[in-house]
Design a protein around this ligand. Structure first.
Ligand code: FES
Ligand SMILES: [Zn+2]
Length: 122
């Protein structure tokens, strides 16, 4: 059996209300992951496309965050409404959704403007 063509990790991390960094799933409902699972199933993409819960992906200030491997595509501020087009455009058609892509300048950069803005808020 081949490896997954797209292994989607959805941050489901929870932090206490008011935490300085926020979190990707404040209600703990894992609704985003459920939306991916439903879409993958409806489109018959399993088992080679898979959606899993993840802990913090260290992109909290750009969350809710999703990463797709092995492509290494990080999407931020993802909502349930974005899930069908992520599956259609990125997974099926191989296109990057620029409006969701976490910029290179932001990815793993502790000095990015969003992290700095949150620090100055607290
Ligand atoms: S809480 Fe989701 S990336 Fe940190
Ligand atoms: Zn940023």
């Amino acid at each position: 059996m081949p490896a997954f063509t797209h292994h989607i990790f959805i941050c489901s991390n929870q932090r206490s209300p008011g935490h300085r960094r926020g979190c990707c799933d404040p209600d703990g409902g894992q609704l985003l992951r459920s939306a991916f699972k439903i879409e993958i199933k409806q489109r018959g993409l399993a088992p080679l496309v898979r959606a899993n819960n993840a802990g913090c992906l260290e992109q909290c200030e750009h969350g809710p965050t999703v990463v797709i491997y092995p492509q290494g595509i990080f999407y931020g501020n993802v909502t349930e409404a974005d899930v069908p087009r992520i599956i259609e455009e990125t997974v099926v058609n191989g296109r990057i959704l620029e409006d969701l892509l976490i910029a290179d300048d932001c990815l793993n950069n502790p000095n990015c403007e969003h992290i700095q803005a949150r620090k100055s808020d607290s």
